[in-house]
Design a protein. Structure first.
Length: 281
């Protein structure tokens, strides 16, 4: 398996001003630098690709979904914006040779409401319609969309693998599957290993995160169970460390990061990489 690091570990947003992260990721020993596309205007695909190729790194693309990128919004304009944004991420993925665009692209992060059954079904239908359009566009470009179930404090919509599989099935595009994240599974699943096995071939991408969002291998996640389940599921794709920098105040508030989780972003990345290499290889 190839192991990656999210740009969120160090910076927000990623841009030409932070391209030195490519060299940092290579020097630390990563195979992949996962680029989060917060503002597409900061993404210079030509410069990024040149730097990636020079350093022998691959990339994966992750989206950022705020209130103006809500694919299940009651507002048609907002849903259209979400579809356009996902398509833009697909274009960037194609330009950077990433086979996947990942993230909770079915709704806005932080949207938590108690809906009636009829309101909930309408939310599902809006998400399905939006994702079908985005999925068709991605499929034409040989890019897969990986939907990420989030914990209950970040969304009221898709929290579990079972729900994620249902959404992917109802959309009905073969290039739409799941991004599984051990942090979110640790909150929502009864058994993370069994959830991974349930997802099976539907796993398109994987985030390795500790239960406190700190360094993998330093917390309560049952990593041996995760390893065995990934093997049983036949998953051989990227495994990416996603963590966040407390110094970036907006991101820290969004993910409730109130205290340092490692000595530094570099130590979180390097120690997490060492642990995952030993675990997976």
């Amino acid at each position: 398996m190839k192991i990656g690091a999210s740009t969120f570990i160090w910076v927000s947003p990623f841009s030409n001003h932070t391209l030195d992260l490519v060299e940092k990721a290579r020097e630390l020993g990563f195979d992949i630098l996962e680029i989060c596309v917060e503002d597409p205007k900061t993404i210079d695909s030509k410069s990024i690709l040149s730097r990636l190729e020079k350093n022998g790194l691959e990339t994966t693309i992750c989206g950022a979904f705020g209130p103006d990128r809500d694919a299940s919004s009651e507002d048609t304009t907002v849903r259209d914006q979400a579809i356009r944004y996902i398509k833009t991420c697909v274009d960037i993925a194609q330009q950077l040779n990433s086979r996947v665009v990942a993230g909770p692209m079915y709704s806005a992060v932080g949207k938590t409401r108690l809906l009636s059954p009829s309101e909930k079904e309408q939310q599902w239908q809006w998400a399905i319609d939006s994702l079908r359009k985005a999925g068709d566009y991605a499929g034409e470009r040989n890019v897969r969309l990986a939907l990420e179930p989030l914990n209950r404090f970040e969304t009221d919509f898709i929290n579990t693998v079972e729900q994620g599989l249902e959404l992917a099935d109802r959309v009905g595009n073969s290039n739409i599957g799941l991004l599984l994240d051990t942090f979110h599974m640790n909150v929502e699943e009864k058994d993370s290993g069994e959830a991974i096995r349930q997802a099976g071939a539907g796993i398109f991408h994987f985030h390795a995160c500790e239960n406190d969002r700190g360094t993998p291998g330093t917390g309560q996640v049952n990593w041996n169970a995760v390893k065995g389940a990934l093997r049983d599921a036949g998953y051989e794709g990227p495994v990416v460390i996603e963590a966040f920098n407390r110094d970036i105040k907006e991101i820290a508030r969004a993910v409730a990061l109130w205290r340092p989780l490692a000595a530094s972003p570099d130590s979180l990345a390097s120690e997490g990489l060492r642990f995952l290499r030993e675990l997976l290889e």
